[in-house]
Design a protein around this ligand. Structure first.
Ligand SMILES: [Mn+2]
Length: 267
């Protein structure tokens, strides 16, 4: 089988140890590609959930084995822990099983662009998003729909007016949008202040490549719901892939035309 070559691959929010982890799909993706650098951008193992509801599956072991095999084949693998695997931060600076553990990293693209890479939980606002807010799409609608009936039943009982379902859905979606928008702004502003061309993160389970006034906000998504990975092509172009057994492009940010002297020396 020929593997699709990428310069770099970024994945996060895998949540091994959580029943909803899409480990099968991730295995398919990992086995379909080869890359020079693999960044694990946090929440790879969900120790937080495992402490509360112990769970593990053979596929989760297979993902760990595959990552170690990728490292053994010579790919530079960098593991940047997130909030659900925060205990791994204790090992920052160490190399375990060929995997470098770091709190954050600087990635220099093939086109010379410099990105800060971190999980992103350091950009949480004062108010954490309620967990259901992180699960957009159908899940959101289901929660709102089934909740709406009960809520309206209660409201009737207390003599309050009926709130139409459509308004409740719109309010929930507006809240989710605002949460994502605020998070992206904080990340992009921080990258701008620190002089980076962009920031690559995960955490909010919403894959995206967005140019925010010349600074790239990049989120590699998750493997609980969306099954997305961020890949860097040989020329430095970044692409967000949706994996459903074969890659499907969600977004593409072309490489930047920089004068040749700006190109970094080959690592
Ligand atoms: Mn997280």
């Amino acid at each position: 089988m020929t593997r699709t070559p990428f310069r770099s691959v970024f994945i996060s929010d895998v949540h091994l140890g959580l029943a909803d982890c899409q480990a099968r799909y991730l295995l398919g993706f990992l086995r379909s590609m080869q890359c020079e650098r693999l960044y694990l951008v946090g929440d790879i193992v969900d120790f937080e959930n495992m402490a509360a509801r112990p769970y593990w599956h053979a596929d989760h072991s297979a993902v760990v084995a595959e990552i170690l095999a990728i490292a053994a084949r010579g790919t530079k693998v960098v593991y940047i822990p997130g909030n659900h695997d925060a205990n791994v931060r204790l090992f920052a600076g160490q190399r375990i099983g060929g995997v470098e553990i770091a709190l954050a990293a600087v990635h220099v693209g093939a086109d010379g662009r410099r990105y800060r890479v971190s999980h992103g939980d350091e950009f949480d606002g004062e108010h954490d998003a309620p967990p259901w807010l992180l699960r957009l799409g159908d899940a959101l609608q289901n929660v709102v729909c089934s909740g709406s009936r009960r809520v309206n039943m209660l409201r009737r009982r207390f003599g309050l007016g009926y709130v139409p379902l459509s308004i409740r859905i719109k309010q929930a979606i507006a809240r989710a949008r605002r949460f994502i928008e605020d998070f992206e702004s904080r990340v992009a502003e921080d990258a701008r202040r620190a002089g980076f061309d962009g920031h690559i993160c995960g955490h909010i389970h919403y894959g995206r490549i967005a140019d925010r006034d010349g600074v790239l906000y990049v989120n590699d998504g998750d493997w609980v719901e969306h099954c997305t990975a961020l890949v860097e092509h040989a020329d430095g172009a970044l692409e967000l892939l949706h994996w459903t057994g074969r890659p499907q492009s969600l977004a593409l940010n072309p490489a930047q035309d920089l004068p040749p002297q700006a190109l970094p020396a080959a690592a």
